[in-house]
Design a protein around this ligand. Structure first.
Ligand code: ATP
Ligand code: MG
Length: 423
């Protein structure tokens, strides 16, 4: 049986990196009063059509949709924000009128062409700061992304930021932009031509040089912004400067989802080639109202964990210790089972990690395996030990061997705890 295209198993050697990222994120979130939320992986298709938008690539081409046994249209979530907004409304998390800070981590699904950094099932870690229009909230979420990347020793990145203004301003711009592009329609790349009337802003994102040349001489979205939008953006930039967070203003930056307004940003690394964006985010002040909730402004981002891992994997691997058992339990004999089960219960109580050999190999082979797995000590239990009410402990670094009475295992445990504390 083959894996589905665009999906991956995350095996134990890699899981320790994931756990490290999760632990680091959870620590930062807790400090900043962000609370974890877990929403279902399946949602009504209409949730994503209404929030992400009908003209977007995600809704048009990338959604995993199916009809369930009761003829409901269901989608495997392509992103997290729409689900969080839905949960926020359903559970009335706005009840006590304070800013709600939420974070999530989980699998997302998009039917895309799989390649390095692009999968059909991938994972996003995201945060949402719900309830504030203040530019300090934008600076807060951006600061947290930077803090997380710094703690993960990811340094080879730059943030690009833009203001895409209010819907009214964007609509005015869209009109002028379409009028400007129409005479060039034949010179645009295919993809951009198809988006001219459905999602013209995404043309700004085109990688085609000819299209970019045409755009270069056209109208600029920023010039269509009114004073409040510009002021908001200037404040965000001012706070980022105060926080010493480097950024580039990219006036062509737009996001692939319809619900954003004002601030839009992406964090890009140099080490990923084409799939270089590890984090995307921005403000979405009308999403909650559009989905039937109260008028509550929000700002957030999502980091693609697989892409992040490509950039930090090597450094992280050096830093993180593999899970190694402290003690290897080598058994060889007929009547050893009950004694070893007894020892295991004591080890567990004392938080000492162990690995019980179940392969019935010779003692010599078991000792070799213990060494290979990086265990520090090996408990040896043969018929000899059972007969003499004792247990043999071999320290693998020194090969020193010592016997302990099984009538009172305190000395053995003390020795193991001493070994453990030296690690
Ligand atoms: P891209 O332009 O690369 O398609 P996007 O704008 O569609 O990205 P967002 O919807 O903003 O991406 O998602 C936020 C982050 O999630 C991205 O920056 C990326 O790190 C990650 N991501 C998005 N799609 C995928 C995918 N198919 N495989 C792996 N990671 C992804
Ligand atoms: Mg995409």
């Amino acid at each position: 049986m083959q894996l589905l295209r665009g999906t991956k198993d995350i095996l134990p050697d890699e899981i320790i990196l994931w756990q490290y990222i999760e632990k680091t994120a959870a620590k930062i979130m807790k400090l900043a009063n962000y609370h974890e939320i877990r929403t279902p992986i399946i949602e009504s298709t209409s949730l994503f059509k209404r929030s992400i938008g009908n003209g977007t690539d995600i809704v048009n081409k990338e959604m995993y949709n199916f009809i369930d046994q009761n003829s409901r249209e269901i989608t495997l979530r392509p992103e997290g924000t729409a689900s969080v907004a839905r949960a926020f409304i359903n559970s009335k998390l706005y009840k006590n009128n304070t800013t709600k800070r939420l974070w999530y981590l989980g699998p997302m699904f998009r039917y895309e062409r799989p390649q390095q950094g692009r999968q059909r099932q991938f994972h996003q870690l995201g945060i949402e700061c719900i309830g504030s229009l203040n530019p300090i909230a934008d600076a807060e979420v951006i600061r947290i992304a930077h803090k997380l990347l710094d703690e993960l020793e990811c340094s080879d990145y730059i943030m690009e930021i833009n203001s895409i203004g209010h819907l009214r301003e964007r609509n005015k711009y869209k009109q002028s932009f379409i009028e400007y592009l129409e005479p060039y329609i034949k010179d645009l790349d295919n993809n951009s031509r198809n988006k001219l009337y459905t999602n013209p802003l995404k043309i700004l994102d085109s990688k085609n040089t000819k299209t970019q040349e045409i755009i270069h001489n056209g109208p600029c979205l920023y010039d269509y912004l009114e004073t409040p939008s510009k002021k908001h953006f200037e404040k965000v930039c001012e706070y980022l400067e105060f926080l010493n967070i480097k950024y580039n203003i990219n006036k062509q930056l737009v996001r692939g989802l319809d619900y954003y307004n004002y601030t839009a940003f992406e964090i890009k690394t140099n080490s990923l080639g084409t799939q270089d964006t590890i984090c995307g985010g921005g403000r979405y002040d009308s999403l909650i109202e559009d989905l039937g909730g109260p008028n509550i402004p929000s700002v957030g981002w999502a980091i693609g964990i697989e892409r992040l891992l490509i950039t930090i994997k090597n450094e992280l691997e050096k830093k993180i210790e593999k899970n190694k058992p402290l003690v290897y339990l080598a058994v060889d004999g007929q009547n050893t089972e009950k004694e070893i089960l007894n020892i295991i219960q004591i080890l567990e109580k004392k938080n000492i990690s162990y690995n019980l050999d179940l392969d019935n190999n010779s003692l010599q082979k078991q000792l070799k395996k213990a060494d290979k797995q990086g265990a520090k000590a090996c408990v040896i239990l043969r018929d000899y030990e059972v007969k003499n009410n004792c247990i043999t402990l071999k320290q693998l670094s020194t090969s020193e061997q010592k016997q302990f009475s099984t009538l009172n295992l305190d000395d053995l445990i003390q020795t193991l705890e001493n070994i453990s504390s030296k690690l």
